[in-house]
Design a protein. Structure first.
Length: 278
């Protein structure tokens, strides 16, 4: 028997071996790509539903494998988590995103997004030097702490420990924290009372319910009240239609992102730049 990532014992099969080898190969390719510059950061607008303006952007990493072409982050982030490369890759993403915001400010002034939202994986968050790395990048790029928002998952901070300490340190420094994919992990509303969180990102699966026949927007409706009561900002994710956007507005949502407003692209901010090939 072999150990699965969840810790439970699973039947040992040749397929498992092959999968482990494939992951190892992918991990080695990630290492080379980090040195060769095969990664890119793209940005998806976060919209204020009251005036449809872009208030912020979420940074999302892209990998063009030298042989296989584009590989989805859903496929390679877990591999980078497992082999530890996420620490170096994540630092590169954070630095690239912060530089990008600083550049927008230089060229666009007050038309630049107010903040940049960066995903941080559990392993990265629990790395002891993480808060210092983040503060170093802010100093280096001249951004104030409020210009950065860090997206973490409920699962990453559920167990407490170093990850929660990191969140507390960053929050004390003025960096805001978002809980990503809210409602899909080991969620407990109690977490919101013990960990300093500023933003809840309402998962796409709940937004999808709005337009599913026979379902109502029960959860998105409940969550906007939770956010109001706890003075948290709610950002609805994965908004794909005007109907969903209208409904969210009706329910009192102020912030949303999704393909309806814009896909992640190299530059969604600079006028006319978004048409350039990625
Ligand atoms: P996430 O953080 O929940 O990011 C949102 C994902 O949903 C992105 O996929 C985005 O392109 C996609 N998305 C946005 N709007 C829509 C929509 O309207 N419809 C649909 N169907 N999808 C939409 P992406 O970029 O493939 O990333 C997938 C996941 O990989 C992310 O989920 C995040 O968990 C992880 N990831 C991506 N970039 C990074 C990164 O820079 N660092 C870390 N640690 N994780 C990342
Ligand atoms: Ca995210
Ligand atoms: Ca999300
Ligand atoms: Ca997600």
């Amino acid at each position: 028997a072999a150990k699965a990532s969840g810790g439970q014992l699973v039947e040992y099969t040749p397929e498992l071996d092959e999968r482990a080898e494939a992951a190892e190969r992918l991990g080695a390719d990630l290492r080379h790509s980090l040195d060769d510059g095969d990664f890119q950061v793209v940005y998806q607008p976060i919209i204020d539903l009251r005036d449809d303006r872009t208030v912020a952007v979420e940074a999302l990493v892209r990998w063009t494998h030298p042989v296989r072409g584009p590989v989805s982050p859903a496929a390679f982030i877990p591999v980078a988590e497992d082999n530890g490369l996420i620490v170096e890759l994540g630092e590169w993403i954070m630095r690239t995103a912060c530089r990008r915001l600083a550049d927008w400010r230089t060229t666009l002034g007050s038309d630049a997004p107010l903040y940049i939202s960066v995903n941080v994986s559990p392993r990265q968050l629990s790395e002891p030097g993480f808060p210092a790395v983040v503060l170093g990048i802010l100093a280096e790029t001249g951004l104030e702490p409020a210009a950065l928002l860090i997206e973490v998952t409920e699962t990453a901070i559920f167990g407490g420990g170093t990850a929660v300490e990191a969140v507390e340190t960053l929050n004390r420094a003025g960096i805001r924290i978002a809980l990503d994919d809210f409602g899909t992990g080991h969620s407990s509303l109690g977490l919101l009372r013990t960990v300093p969180v500023d933003v809840l990102k309402i998962d796409k699966s709940f937004v999808d319910e709005i337009t599913e026949p026979g379902r109502r927007a029960v959860i998105v409706d409940a969550l906007i009240h939770v956010c109001a009561g706890l003075e948290l900002r709610a950002v609805a994710e994965g908004v794909e239609t005007a109907e969903q956007a209208d409904y969210l507005r009706e329910l009192g949502y102020h912030y949303a992102q999704g393909y309806h407003f814009g896909r992640p692209v190299a530059d969604p901010i600079t006028p006319a730049a978004e048409t350039l090939p990625v």
